[in-house]
Structures are given as C-alpha cells and as structure tokens.
Design a protein. Structure first.
Length: 364
C-alpha cells in the first residue's frame, strides 16, 4: 500500500510537479498550413496548465512521419515558433509541458507524404481499415519495408526534433513508442517480421527504440525524457505473441536509462480488456510510472493508494474540463465532451469548454 495522493507533488528529474494528474496526449487536427500549432493552441494548453504535467498531442518528427491531416510537427522554424507560444503560455500559468515525438510509419497514406511516397514500416504488412486523409477516408496501402541503412536517417529525424523541442521551450520530451505507430511497429512481432538486426529477437526489435533514445538523450538529460508504450493495444491492427514477456524485457531495458517516467496505456483501448499484469511492469520500473486508459477519479485514487501507479494521465476528461484538477479535488461535476469537435475545427470544442462556476443562489 501507498499513501500517495493525486494531489501530492512528485519529482521528475529536476522538475517538481504540483500534482500527479497528467493531461494525456490527444490529437486534435488543428495545425495550420505549415503544420504548426494554431494561435489558439496557446490558449488551449494554458487553460489546462493546472495539470501536474501536460503532454502535447503527438507531433511528427519530420514530413516523412506524417500520418493524419493537420497534425503539428516539430522540425521547422515555423513550428518551433508556434510551439514557443504554447510553452510560454503554459509556463506563465505555472505549468510544465512535454512534447510527444511521433513517426506514424504504416499508419499513413501516400497523399499525406512528400512526393506521394509509400508509407514505411518494419515489414510490408498492411494494416486493416482506412487512412484519414484530406480527401476523406482511403484504404491503407501496403507499406514499404524500411531498408536497414534507412534507419540511421529515422534516428537522425528524432534527434533533430528533440533539438527543435529544446528551442521551443519544452520541459522535456516523450518518445511515442505506442498505439501502432512506427516504433511500436518495430517492438511487436505481429508487425515486425524482419530477419536483420532490427527483427526477430526482443533485443533486435527494441534496437530502433534504443537508438532513438540514445539520439534524443544527446540533446536532453534522460530524466527529462519519457517513453510511452502499449503492450496489448490492438488499435491500428497491432498484435504481439507474448506481450507480458516481451514488454517485461522492454521495461527492464528502459529502467536502466533513468528516464523521467514510463507512460503505459494499460490494456486495449478498443475492447477495454487487459490480460497483462501491469503491476509486474510497474514493479520493474524504478522511476515514476504513469498509468493511462479510461481512468476515472475513483480508479486513479485507488491506483496511487495501492502503489499501482505514481501518476495517472487523463485524455477526454481534460479535453472537456480545463480545470479538471480543481473539479477532481472538490468532487465537482464534469463537463460532457463533444465528440463531434474532437478532430479538426476552430475554437468550438477546443478553447470554449467552461471552467466550473458555483451556481448562483437566489435570495428572497
């Protein structure tokens, strides 16, 4: 048992977070034509600066990493300028903010990529379903398997993005190795059927993530770098033959790096089921463990009290409640989220969710 509370401070490297309630990364598809955050993104994120930590929406590390329309990047000067507005606004409100570094891999479409390129992956295995494009839904194509000598450039793109994130004023970075995107595609054997040094054994399948982390940690101290993983999430046609064993190994290796935190989507976001023993993974990681996937206030409190997590990240509740920390602390009702405005659009469903106001009392 643990006596930790959601409202207790927690140290992440040199940072002291005011509480353990984290704003999870959420794609909002509102980037401008240069794939920079829009002007109103500064208001959106600063409204939520009472979170112990904000993790931004996933942001591609290069034009080759794009997988959806209107998602922001972190590889050009214009994007740095846009993100600098965001970090300045969050810091002005006393908050802390990490950016999530992203490369979509096979979860993309030629129309989204430079020169109409074929999306890349560890192996030429097409995901099921459709890609989101500017022209609407289009079937996923069979990706091109990356040649071994191309992976050095992938790593270099992450390094460049990490450098740009520093220029943009972030407090740290989160490497997105989850949810069926490129690094996760390499980690799991359902999508990685390579026979070179990047496929086969767990050591080989983790090689690209290790190389990315080595590169990122040349720019950032390890204690300002987090990693997100999803051992059994089936989203984006993902599978693994032994998530407990394989991710136990991955967590053991990550533990040696003295990272800021490990961010784990527990179970399957599609079915809400879970078969992995996440307490075992949590016990194998010495730095803060951040739990995610459909947590509500009661479940989050129990997770901290039982020692199952050190922090909990919330997605939709933060989207609809900029003052979520205050509402949780005082057991106040939550705004309902408008799913029609999750992806794309303007300030509606983005910066116009109300802060809690006490009902007016009528006087005689």
């Amino acid at each position: 048992m643990s006596n930790a509370s959601l409202y207790d401070p927690i140290a992440i490297g040199d940072l002291t977070l005011s509480n353990r309630i984290v704003m999870a990364p959420m794609t909002r598809n509102r980037a401008d034509e240069q794939l920079a955050p829009p002007l109103i993104a500064a208001e959106y994120y600063s409204q939520r600066a009472s979170a112990g930590l904000i993790i931004t929406e996933a942001s591609q590390v290069s034009p080759d990493g794009v997988g959806y329309p209107a998602t922001p990047g972190i590889y050009t000067d214009e994007q740095v300028t846009g993100w600098r507005r965001v970090t300045d606004a969050v810091h002005k409100e006393g908050g802390h903010i990490f950016i999530q570094l992203w490369y979509c891999g096979r979860i993309s479409h030629p129309s989204l990529l430079p020169n109409n390129a074929t999306p890349v992956a560890p192996s030429a295995i097409a995901p099921e379903g459709d890609a989101f494009t500017y022209e609407g839904l289009q079937p996923f194509v069979t990706p091109r398997a990356l040649a071994t000598d191309e992976l050095t450039d992938i790593v270099a793109q992450y390094r460049h993005a990490a450098e740009m994130a520093s220029r943009a004023g972030f407090d740290g970075v989160e490497v997105h190795a989850a949810n069926g995107y490129l690094l996760d595609q390499f980690l799991r054997d359902g999508s990685n059927q390579r026979d070179d040094q990047y496929g086969g054994s767990v050591e080989n399948r983790m090689r690209l993530l290790n190389e990315v982390l080595d590169a990122v940690c040349e720019l950032w101290p390890a204690h300002q770098v987090g990693v997100r993983i999803t051992p059994e999430n089936s989203f984006n046609s993902m599978s693994d033959s032994d998530p407990q064993g394989h991710f136990g190994y991955f967590v053991d290796q990550l533990n040696q790096r003295c990272l800021a935190y490990l961010h784990v989507l527990e179970g399957d976001m599609m079915t809400k089921s879970a078969s992995v023993d996440y307490r075992m993974l949590r016990d194998r990681f010495d730095a803060p463990y951040m739990a995610n996937n459909g947590y509500d206030l009661a479940r989050a409190k129990n997770a901290l009290q039982n020692g199952d997590a050190d922090m909990v990240s919330f997605g939709v509740p933060f989207l609809a409640n900029p003052d979520l920390v205050h509402r949780f602390a005082h057991n106040l009702p939550l705004n309902e989220a408008d799913q029609e405005t999750f992806y794309g659009g303007d300030e509606h469903g983005y910066t116009d969710y109300p802060f809690y106001q006490e009902p007016e009392t009528k006087t005689a």
